[in-house]
Design a protein around this ligand. Structure first.
Ligand SMILES: Nc1nc2c(c(=O)[nH]1)N(C=O)[C@@H](CNc1ccc(C(=O)N[C@@H](CCC(=O)O)C(=O)O)cc1)CN2
Ligand SMILES: Nc1ncnc2c1ncn2[C@@H]1O[C@H](COP(=O)(O)OP(=O)(O)OP(=O)(O)O)[C@@H](O)[C@H]1O
Length: 231
């Protein structure tokens, strides 16, 4: 900073950037600007909720999990029939389950057999949108970021028409709490045309709010073992 500005003070006594902004455009208002203190509080709260919800779902028994997985697969199968005529010929992105997420791999194989192009999400560049590559039951999986099994680089890149978004937490207004990388939000902000996004999670992971921030994008539908929770 040049000496000329070093000791500069706004007439109001404040020296914050908005003071300069107002000098350039008196009616300046940035709708995306967040109060950094509030953003920090929200991030801290989300971190604690992620831990709580992940521990709660890891406590489910194998038998409970099996019932939930099958129930979710049944709802999803019906939903794809009702809304997408079964999704034959469409690209459907699922996920390879980690950390106690519902396991829908049998449905992935079934949809593949029914002529749906099944895909999986990948973190190929950190802090960037997800990419998607085709998966078939024959795909030999590689290891991606976080050790998540992913299709290998030679699997064709595709753009999903329909995408599942695994939920750590969810709200009735269809906001998603994920693992904290911001990957789904970045992907939904970037993908055109936007896919139809279905959040998949446990009914018990419902939250009253995630304190939505400007980057949070609500999903199209939330599905739990209790059915469609929010459309
Ligand atoms: N099964 C499954 N696959 C998936 C996802 C998912 O939610 N479930 N993803 C859905 O998006 C993507 C992976 N998401 C990721 C999200 C966060 C981090 C990560 O490194 N998290 C940091 C915390 C970041 C922070 O707090 O700012 C960490 O835990 O160290 C990695 C991958 C793609 N594949
Ligand atoms: N569209 C975006 N552009 C740039 N950064 C973003 C975007 N969306 C989210 N982020 C960043 O990602 C961080 C984490 O976001 P958030 O808490 O919503 O993660 P999450 O949705 O739980 O994670 P994930 O989707 O990876 O499971 C945010 O603090 C923000 O800085």
């Amino acid at each position: 900073m040049s000496d000329e500005f070093k000791n500069f003070r706004c007439p109001s006594g404040f020296s914050s950037p908005p003071c300069y902004a107002a000098e350039i455009a008196p009616d300046y208002f940035d709708p995306l600007a967040v109060d950094p203190e509030q953003a920090r509080d929200v991030a801290r709260w989300r971190k604690a909720e992620r831990t709580r919800l992940r521990n709660a779902r890891l406590a489910l028994s194998g038998a409970e999990r099996e019932v939930i997985d099958e129930t979710l697969a049944g709802y999803l199968r019906q939903m794809l029939k009702d809304r997408f005529d079964g999704a034959r010929g469409l690209v459907f992105s699922a996920y390879w389950p980690i950390k106690g997420e519902p396991d829908l791999r049998p449905l992935m194989a079934e949809l593949h057999m029914a002529g749906v192009t099944v895909a999986l999400p990948l973190v190929e560049t950190r802090s960037a949108p997800l990419t998607f590559r085709r998966w078939t039951p024959e795909t030999r999986m590689a290891r991606g970021v976080w050790n998540i099994p992913v299709p290998p680089p030679e699997a064709p890149a595709v753009t999903p028409h329909i995408a599942l978004a695994p939920l750590v937490g969810w709200t009735s207004d269809r906001y998603r709490l994920g693992y904290g990388g911001g990957y789904f939000d970045r992907t939904l902000a970037a993908l055109r045309p936007k896919p139809f996004v279905i959040g998949i999670g446990f009914a018990a992971a419902q939250l009253a709010t995630i304190f939505p921030q400007p980057h949070d994008i609500p999903l199209d539908l939330i599905l739990t073992e209790k059915g469609v929770e929010a459309t």
